[in-house]
Design a protein around this ligand. Structure first.
Ligand SMILES: NC(=O)c1ccc[n+]([C@@H]2O[C@H](COP(=O)([O-])OP(=O)(O)OC[C@H]3O[C@@H](n4cnc5c(N)ncnc54)[C@H](OP(=O)(O)O)[C@@H]3O)[C@@H](O)[C@H]2O)c1
Length: 352
């Protein structure tokens, strides 16, 4: 199908828009008077947690949000209501053939549907000159997933914010303070970096081949931190606190740990029993966790404690803790692992 060109804010391509804003961010000078520089036009497919926050953040920086789409029209309409002015095109995924061609196209749907949507969009666009950029914001996938769009003339890149976004308004604020991992084709990367600079944020680059490992690191630092917090809350609930109270009393502890991490490297930020190499205390922890592991809620708490304990031992060693005490702790962790496995075998044998 022929390329669909729609009302554009300017005749110049995305690249030239971006070049003009690069000279004077937000403004450009013309014969003695300062006029507002034109920012690129934007369309966003997928306006859930991240896409709607992105729309708000871009709009606040002067970008023109021309079109948004969600799987369900009602969800696209809900996202449109928080934008001022609202986009001219508000569509469901079933109407992507009506999606306009804009300077920047973001695909911010769940990771698994990005390649399908890229192919769907590309099928509608006849080979175009150049200047349009397509971006996705997945941490796990490289820009290669947008290849069908590159084949019809888009410049492609991935732009991943190292931030957790759960609602649009707070998310828009967080997006302006995030670090962004950018990877892809030269023109698209330059355009992505321009957005990051407009946000007042910072970017860095990794090779496309490292994206999966990079993303696993992000999951460890964010999602797994939440899972760890949940396990600790479950342990306090076992001590008689309500889940809500458990979360409340643990939060300042977590916050102070994050504060320590922001000023010290991990070996120095580590406090507590492993940093002090308190052998007997750690033995008692292991016993208490083995006993608590009978409850479904705490089944894997002992396993988590042992695994992260082994990592803490490395940090404590780097920080100069007693080698003999660390060796005793290491033995206690190994012993606990063995009993846990034997217990697991006995249980599965019992089920046969
Ligand atoms: N949230 C974060 O913290 C975060 C952080 C960094 C990167 N990311 C990345 O951002 C992307 C989106 O994540 P999210 O958390 O914002 O997901 P989300 O909240 O689930 O939102 C997904 C959006 O995509 C729409 N969608 C789903 N399938 C679609 C299709 N086939 N066609 C068109 N639209 C479709 C959904 O529409 P409906 O609402 O109608 O279902 C929804 O608007 C992912 O690539 C993710 O890796 C997210």
């Amino acid at each position: 199908m022929a390329a669909m060109r729609v009302k554009r804010k300017a005749t110049a391509s995305a690249a030239s828009h971006l070049r003009s804003t690069a000279k004077e961010p937000g403004h450009e000078k013309g014969e003695g008077k300062i006029t507002r520089a034109l920012k690129p036009t934007v369309s966003i497919i997928g306006v859930g947690r991240l896409g709607s926050a992105l729309a708000l953040a871009l709009q606040a920086c002067g970008y023109s949000i021309e079109a948004i789409a969600a799987r369900r029209l009602s969800h696209a309409q809900r996202a449109a209501r928080i934008l001022d002015p609202p986009p001219t095109h508000v569509l469901s995924a079933a109407r992507l053939e009506q999606f306009p061609l804009t300077d920047l196209t973001f695909i911010t749907t769940p990771d698994d549907s990005i390649s399908h949507i890229a192919a769907q969009l590309a099928a509608r666009v006849a080979p175009i000159a150049s200047g349009q950029t397509a971006l996705h914001m997945s941490g796990a996938l490289s820009s290669a997933v947008l290849r069908p769009l590159a084949d019809v003339g888009y410049s492609i890149a991935s732009l991943h914010p190292l931030i957790s976004v759960s609602d649009s308004v707070r998310g828009a604020k967080s997006l302006r303070q995030a670090f962004y991992c950018v990877e892809g084709e030269r023109q698209a990367v330059a355009n992505a970096r321009r957005i990051v600079r407009d946000f007042g944020a910072q970017s860095f680059t990794i090779g496309a081949e490292h994206k999966t490992l990079y993303h696993a690191a992000a999951v460890m630092a964010s999602g797994h931190l939440v899972a760890l917090f949940d396990a600790a809350s479950g342990m306090l609930a076992q001590c008689g606190l309500s889940q809500a109270r458990a979360r409340t009393v643990l939060l300042p502890l977590v916050q102070s740990t994050i504060d320590n991490l922001s000023t010290h490297e991990p070996a120095h930020a580590l406090t507590g029993s492993f940093a002090r190499a308190d052998v007997e205390t750690i033995r008692r922890h292991l016993n208490a966790l083995s006993a608590a592991a009978q409850s479904d809620e705490l089944r894997n708490a002992l396993e988590i404690y042992i695994l992260l304990g082994a990592r803490s031992l490395q940090l404590a060693q780097r920080n100069g803790a007693s080698r003999a005490a660390l060796k005793e702790i290491s033995n206690a962790l190994e012993e606990a692992t063995r009993s846990m496995k034997q217990c697991g075998k006995a249980k599965s044998g019992g089920r046969k």
